[in-house]
Design a protein around this ligand. Structure first.
Ligand SMILES: [Zn+2]
Length: 167
């Protein structure tokens, strides 16, 4: 009886220590994946409350939409902020190549369409260049981010038509 009680105690201690270890581990994971704001410009993870990037001083409060997809495809990363839409171009390896393309607020005729590859969609639009020329452009975004993109466009008061075909 005493021996059984002894083993029970050992087992109990083992369970407690395993749990404690798990809790510690879980806290570490949470700390690592703590929600932060990824700077679109330099991809530094910033504390949520930061108004500007701790690394490059970009104004983070202006950013309405940003998702990094580095390494997934060579589709550019897209940032939608209060004054422009920015494409961060990538090379064939899926890594950024340092080039950006910026589209001003003169964005119109926005159409959301299906893209050839799932789960992506394309956003077609026209924009005015500095010399006054109207140009066509399309962006590719993951469809799971579409609601956030739409919200950003709404905040910019840019109208769009969702003309995706049903599949
Ligand atoms: Zn930054």
């Amino acid at each position: 009886m005493i021996i059984m009680g002894y083993w029970l105690l050992i087992a109990l201690l083992a369970v407690i220590s395993a749990n404690r270890h798990n809790i510690k581990y879980k806290n570490e994971i949470e700390a690592l994946s703590e929600p932060g704001v990824l700077c679109p410009n330099c991809q530094t993870n910033n504390p949520v409350e930061n108004e500007e990037c701790i690394n490059c001083h970009k104004n983070l409060k202006e950013v309405l939409f940003y998702k990094s997809s580095e390494g997934v495809f060579d589709f550019p990363d897209i940032e939608i902020n209060k004054t422009e839409i920015i494409e961060y171009k990538k090379g064939l390896t899926g890594k950024r190549n340092g080039k950006t393309e910026k589209y001003s607020n003169l964005i119109h005729d926005v159409e959301i369409k299906n893209y050839a590859i799932e789960p992506y969609i394309q956003i077609n639009f026209k924009y005015k260049e500095k010399n006054g020329n109207i140009k066509k452009k399309f962006l590719v975004v993951n469809k799971y981010n579409l609601e956030e993109v739409k919200k950003a466009l709404d905040l910019k008061k840019i109208q769009y038509r969702d003309i995706r075909r049903r599949k």
